[in-house]
Design a protein around this ligand. Sequence first.
Ligand code: E4P
Length: 221
Amino acid sequence: MKIFLDTANLESIRKFNDMGLLDGITTNPSLMFKEGGNPKVTMEEITKIIKGDVSLEVVSTEYSGMMEEGKRLRQYGDNVVVKVPMTPDGLKACKSFSSEGIPVNVTLIFSANQALLAAKAGAKYISPFIGRLDDIGQDGMKLIQEIKEIFSNYDFGTQILVASVRHPVHVVDAAKIGADVVTLPPAVLDKMMLHPLTKIGLDNFLADWDKLKSGNPDIKI
Ligand code: E4P
């Protein structure tokens, strides 16, 4: 399963990229707003840091505006994936971009039918928002299972990009289902690294090493 970071925060992107954990990045207008500054500079920088796919989202709601914005976004780098909303105009733009060889991420997917249509329109990725479904009392992970089952019956070549991930259990569940990608807020990726027994174990090892050294001060590893 590929791991993308769901952020426009350059510090986090550099931090996790240096650990070799990142296969790509997803952003959206809200994440851009959260970081402040000039979004153009941010987008350009992200595409330079990350070798893998970087989803940058259009803000036009009609077809021709989406096409213009998508083409401008692609100027930031060959790794830019144009992110369009799951609307009729978004699907039309998805079809046009993918026919031109430009990869598309169809976002704001909340049903299996939407996923099916986006795949038919040629999306490279579809982004089902599981956390937002959980928020309204539905089962977001059930949607991932359903989409996985449908996609396994056909040969769309569209990847399931699990979005709106809220906690590490979501990640394990998505991996068990066989989702292609999860996009994670930095806080979730931080939590995935931690286990209390790792910390206790390391503290004990270091305390014992200090004891050993107290009798042999010149010892070094
Ligand atoms: C995905 O591409 C979106 O940017 C993101 O996962 C949305 O997550 P949220 O529901 O936490 O805003």
